[in-house]
Design a binder for this molecule. Structure first.
Ligand code: PLP
Length: 857
């Protein structure tokens, strides 16, 4: 083997890749040199693949810098990337070469790939959406950057014991991250605290305070079957070397000497640190500002470099677009204004025009109580100049409202609900135009807190505001931001979410992909999902049905083997695999996903089975495995009680000799992207059972449907559109509709309803101790009487229960007819083209960002 050439970037054939792998093992050792096991093979493979990535990534960067197209910059506090190896070689078309090369060296690609820890820099849907978008942006050759933070610890690792959930720190960077490129040449200063001084000319300057640095770490993101490879740039925080306090250190005051460093570094310790304390809130604000400030400085630096002698601020918004993924990056707005006005010397009006034309905002929640608000005093302390800027934005907006023709009797109410600040006195300049002012709470002993409403700032500053599914975008217009919609109807859009068919079909489900490719005649569908619709015409083809069922069964066997390995439980691949898996239960508002409805359904079913003779049981029910995946926020007790209840039910049911394979209830531990990649292809029924009107979109519903699982769900989020696409016969619908929810809640809060006897039966069964002695009263009381938000059964679990269990009976009936079920599965995949993130990204590109594809030749 020639190590000189092997060390250089190898060719793309198996022999050169094997030589290159050997080079990385021998010359860039990360481990004890005499061992060459799967772990070592993974790190060698990652370094070798990275060489290929870097080549494409450099070419893409150079091409974009020269051509100077308009770029989109996607800002997100979360990116849930998952593993990189399989995805990278798959997108670059190098899977076979790497598999053969590893085989030559005595390794198996699949075993090597699972050595990689998940990059879990997110909680769930919102972060995974950002990662799917990057895959589509690269694949469709759009000039794009992702921006986020490089958290040292990912989401915690979840262990399930008899006590329910236990959390352990997840140290994903412990063995280094071979996919990242530390860019010590790319860093920006970030300031906190300090004060604002004015020069004689009125120019403002922010001085003093704490100065840190944000350093870039780049992750190359390869497109599928294209050279284009874009960047996810993650910021890490530190201080300049000269800020290390050498004098104190030598005087033995070691803690004091390291204080500045620790203060900077802890910004990137974890995602969403607890914010119950003022210190916690401050840390979160520091995170948000770091992301916004570093990213904007970076965009401006590159814009200037690309523009060269043609530089002009008037061209900025035709070259730079910024998308704010939810309100976490709202500080982009005052930060861009500050740089344009204070540093670049632009007039306010011009700067505002540029800012508005540049930023757009994606809303992810319909729950008013979930919209971010920050205490004004805290923001004032941390970002004094930004608060001045926000005051001016607020003032100008109020003036706009006053002259917008809103009825005089209405104007005060509108101003108070739409302006950026809450409970803050109106600016002097507008007081005379507003008849009565009840803006400020005048209870001097218990004043209402002064707050900054981040979502209002986003809507006021952004040129576009979008929801993430059709029904959600309607709710955004009609309820959440109705006043803004009436003022600026042209700002509001819908962009139904999507997921990448590369990771979520082609790579995680090779079994089904092979069948699809066989019947469609080529693999084109992986990039052009529209082709999948052709499966509709083949749904009666007996051969296809047979191949399809066999592929599904192979995925189920894989999942069963994984569950055995993780939990020791043995499940039969002949059972119906019924799954509810989704992100994080963070607070009360996240109970809308209603894992509780699912487990109550299991409990009722179990009770009925126990009351029947073995013959009756077998006649009424099909064998079913109910699987759960998801984590509960460590200090959110009700969520942890739900996990405990599922554990208890599983411990009872799974061991019951009367029941056997008729019913199993299992939590698949430590749900994350890699677990989802096994769980989703192996599932046949997907529980998408949120309270109608509460799930903005959901994306796991799309992943399940495109892997041939049939949905049982409410008319909520993207379920509505999935049902339209796959056909109502191929979707199990139940539950109250979104427009009925408000009335139903009222009725139930006032006690004007008859509880369903089956619901009472399930509740009483838990209380009887059938699943152990744990006290479930605090959890069950949220479903009865007045509790939680002060309204019993806020999430309508009791209300939808009877409809849900009746719908589950229809599922049993349908599953008995294997051919019918397989056709439903095929129709789900055939109806999934719309849910490719490629479609979503094309829409954003054309209707919000105004960017064009630019393939690297
Ligand atoms: C897709 C995905 C989610 C989102 O699930 P929803 O049910 O849509 O909320 C959460 N976590 C992981 C790991 C995912 O892959």
């Amino acid at each position: 083997m020639n190590f000189v050439t092997a060390g250089c970037l190898a060719g793309e054939d198996a022999a050169s890749i094997a030589a290159n792998l050997k080079y990385h093992v021998d010359y860039k050792p990360l481990f004890y040199p005499l061992k060459f096991e799967s772990k070592q093979a993974y790190y060698a493979a990652a370094q070798s693949v990275r060489d290929h990535l870097v080549k494409r990534w450099n070419e893409t960067f150079v091409h974009f810098q020269k051509q100077h197209p308009k770029h989109i910059h996607y800002l997100s506090m979360e990116f849930l990337q998952g593993r990189a190896l399989t995805n990278a070689i798959g997108n670059m078309g190098l899977t076979d070469s790497y598999a053969q090369a590893l085989k030559k060296l005595g390794h198996d690609l699949e075993k090597v790939a699972i050595q990689e820890p998940d990059a879990a820099l997110g909680n769930g849907g919102l972060g995974r959406l950002a990662s799917c978008f990057l895959d589509s942006l690269a694949t469709l050759n759009y000039p794009a950057w992702g921006y986020g933070l490089r958290y040292k610890y990912g989401l915690f690792r979840q262990q399930i014991t008899n006590e329910g959930q236990q959390e352990w720190p997840e140290s994903w960077l412990e063995a280094g991250n071979p996919w990242e490129i530390p860019r010590f040449d790319v860093w920006y200063p970030i300031k906190f605290f300090g004060r604002v001084i004015s020069s004689k000319s009125g120019k403002k300057k922010w001085v003093g305070g704490e100065d840190i640095r944000a350093v870039a770490y780049d992750l190359p993101i390869p497109g599928y079957k294209t050279k284009n490879t874009i960047s996810l740039r993650l910021w890490s925080t530190t201080v300049a070397a000269e800020d290390f306090d050498l004098v104190s250190f030598n005087a033995g005051e070691h803690d004091k000497a390291g204080r500045a460093i620790y203060s900077a570094e802890r910004i990137c310790n974890i995602l969403y640190p607890g914010d119950a304390t003022p210190e916690g809130k401050l840390l979160r604000l520091k995170q948000q500002y770091t992301l916004c400030s570093a990213s904007i400085q970076d965009m401006i630096a590159r814009f200037k470099e690309r523009s060269g002698s043609g530089f002009s601020w008037s061209k900025f918004s035709s070259k730079v677009a910024i998308q704010m993924n939810d309100t976490h990056p709202t500080l982009c707005v005052p930060e861009l204004m500050r740089i344009l006005v204070d540093i670049e010397g632009l007039a306010w009006e011009e700067a505002w025009k540029i800012t508005q034309a540049t930023v757009a905002y994606t809303n992810h929640t319909v729950l008013p109580e979930a919209l971010e608000k920050w205490p004004l005093d805290l923001m004032q302390k941390l970002l004094p100049r930004h608060i001045e800027i926000i005051h001016r934005i607020d003032e100008e907006f109020i003036k706009t409202l006053i002259t917008s023709g809103i009825d005089k009797g209405e104007i005060e109410k509108k101003i108070l609900s739409m302006r950026v600040f809450e409970n803050v006195a109106l600016p002097e300049s507008v007081k005379s135009s507003v008849p009565h002012q009840h803006g400020k709470d005048d209870d001097e002993f218990n004043p209402a807190p002064e707050l900054v409403r981040m979502a209002n700032l986003c809507v006021i500053a952004g040129h576009k505001v979008n929801g993430v599914a059709a029904i959600h975008s309607e709710i955004v217009k009609d309820e959440v931001f109705n006043d803004f919609y009436k003022l600026w109807p042209e700002k509001f859009q819908n962009k139904t979410n999507g997921v990448t068919p590369r990771r979520w079909m082609r790579f995680c489900n090779p079994e089904l992909s092979k069948v699809i490719t066989k019947y469609l005649g080529s693999e084109e569908w992986v990039a052009k999902t529209d082709q999948l619709a052709r499966l509709k015409d083949m749904v009666d083809n007996k051969e296809l049905i047979k191949d399809w069922a066999a592929a599904k069964r192979a995925c189920k066997s894989k999942l069963a083997a994984y569950i055995k390995e993780q939990t020791g439980l043995v499940i039969s691949p002949d059972s119906l695999f019924d799954t509810q898996a989704s992100g994080f239960i963070v607070k009360r508002i996240h109970e809308y996903k209603r894992q509780l409805l699912n487990i109550l359904g299991c409990i009722y079913r179990y009770k009925k089975m126990k009351e029947m003779s073995p013959k009756e049981r077998k006649a009424k029910y099909v064998n079913r495995v109910t699987l759960f995946g998801g984590k509960a926020f460590a200090t959110y007790w009700n969520a942890k009680r739900i996990v405990k209840l599922i554990t208890d039910v599983g411990n009872t049911v799974n061991k019951d000799p009367d029941i056997g394979d008729l019913m199993k209830v299992i939590i698949v531990p430590d749900y994350n992207v890699s677990v989802a990649e096994i769980l989703i292809p192996g599932s046949e029924l997907s529980e998408q059972i949120s309270t109608a009107g509460m799930e903005a979109s959901g994306t796991s519903n799309m992943k399940f449907s495109m892997n041939g699982a049939v949905l049982i769900g409410t008319l909520d989020g993207a379920n509505v559109e999935i049902r339209e696409e796959v056909g109502e016969d191929n979707f199990f619908l139940f539950g109250a509709f979104a427009h009925e929810v408000a009335n139903l809640r009222k009725e139930r809060a006032e006690g004007k309803f008859e509880p369903d006897p089956r619901f009472i039966e399930a509740m009483d069964f838990i209380k009887s101790g059938a699943f152990g002695g744990y006290d479930y009263t605090p959890l069950l009381s949220t479903l009865e009487g007045n509790s939680g938000f002060g309204q019993g059964d806020y999430f309508l679990v009791g209300k939808d229960f009877p409809d849900y269990i009746e719908c589950q009976e229809k599922v049993d009936e349908a599953y008995r007819d294997k051919e019918r079920w397989t056709k439903m599965s095929i129709m789900n995949v055939a109806g999934s083209p719309k849910f490719s993130s490629d479609r979503t990204i094309h829409e954003y590109a054309n209707e919000i960002w105004g960017i064009k594809p630019l393939p690297v030749p």
